[in-house]
Design a protein around this ligand. Structure first.
Ligand SMILES: [Mn+2]
Length: 243
C-alpha cells in the first residue's frame, strides 16, 4: 500500500504478507514484492491507500488498514473527530480494536466493541468493509461521516451509514451485503476528501493509461488524495479493485 504519512506501516506490511502467503488475491502495488523465498511473488494492482494529516499538523486523525480475515479481506477507515493527537489516538484505538477482535465477529458486534473501546476518546467515524472473494460479495457497515463507494462499470453506489459517533453511541447500524464483480472498485475515504471529488471518473481514467505498470499502482491513491484532499482536515483514501 502506498503510504504518505502513517504510524503503522510495518504492521500493514505484515498484514499484506499474510494475505499473500494465504494465496488471496490481495495485492499491494505493481512490481512490489512482498514475502520471502518461495512465497515471494510480484503483486498486481488491486489495493492502494494514502493518508495525510491536516497541513501543519504531524499527528494524523485519519487511520486506515486492510488485512486478511477468515472470509477474505477486511478494509477499514477511521476518522477521529477533529484533528491532532487526540483525533489520532481515537482513530488508532479504533483500528487496534478492529485488528484485535476475533475475525469471526459480526460487523454489528465489532462496531459495538469499538464503541466501548473508544469511550473517553474523541470518537471516530468508521467504515468497515469485508470482501468475500469466494462469495463474490462485500459486507459493509459504517457510522458517521466517512464514505464508501462501490463502483461497478460506470455505476457508482454510495453505501449508506448510520448516524452517530463510534465512542459516543450510534443508532440503526445496518450492515449491508452487495454483489462484487471482477473489475469493481471499493473506495473508502474520509470527509477530508472533497465531497464533489469525481473518484469514479478518475479511476476509469487510470484504467485507460497506456501502460498501467508504468505508473506504480501504489501511487494511485496518493495521486487522488493530492488532487482532492482538503487543506482544512486530515484526509485518507483506501482503494480496492476486485479481480
Ligand atoms: Mn475528518
Amino acid at each position: 500500500m502506498a503510504l504518505i504519512t502513517r504510524s503503522q506501516s510495518e504492521a500493514d506490511r505484515a498484514h499484506l504478507d499474510a494475505a499473500v502467503d494465504a494465496g488471496v488475491s490481495v495485492n499491494a502495488g505493481a512490481g512490489t514484492e512482498l514475502g520471502t523465498g518461495a512465497q515471494t511473488r510480484t503483486l498486481g494492482t488491486n489495493l492502494s491507500s494514502a493518508l495525510r494529516p491536516l497541513p501543519g499538523e504531524s499527528a494524523c486523525g485519519d487511520q486506515l488498514d486492510a488485512w486478511l480475515i477468515d472470509t477474505g479481506l477486511r478494509l477499514a477507515v477511521a476518522d477521529g473527530l477533529g484533528h491532532g493527537p487526540e483525533a489520532q489516538r481515537a482513530a488508532v484505538t479504533a483500528l487496534d480494536e478492529l485488528r484485535q477482535a476475533s475475525p469471526g465477529l459480526e460487523l454489528a458486534e465489532l462496531f459495538a466493541r469499538c464503541d466501548q473501546a473508544l469511550i473517553g476518546t474523541r470518537g471516530v467515524a468508521l467504515a468497515v468493509v469485508d470482501v468475500r472473494p469466494d462469495a463474490g460479495q462485500v459486507l459493509h457497515a459504517s457510522v458517521g461521516n466517512v464514505r464508501t463507494l462501490l463502483i461497478h462499470q460506470d455505476k457508482v453506489r454510495r453505501l449508506g451509514g448510520a448516524r452517530g459517533i463510534v465512542g459516543a453511541g450510534f443508532r440503526a447500524l445496518r450492515p449491508e451485503r452487495f454483489v462484487l464483480a471482477p473489475g469493481d472498485w471499493l473506495v473508502l475515504y474520509s470527509d477530508g476528501i472533497a465531497e464533489n471529488a469525481d473518484l469514479a471518473t478518475a479511476l476509469a481514467e487510470a484504467d485507460l493509461e497506456p501502460d498501467p505498470n508504468h505508473v506504480p499502482e501504489n501511487s494511485l491513491a496518493s495521486r487522488l488524495l493530492a488532487r482532492w484532499a482538503s487543506d482544512r482536515d486530515d484526509a485518507s483514501l483506501l482503494l480496492y479493485r476486485h479481480v
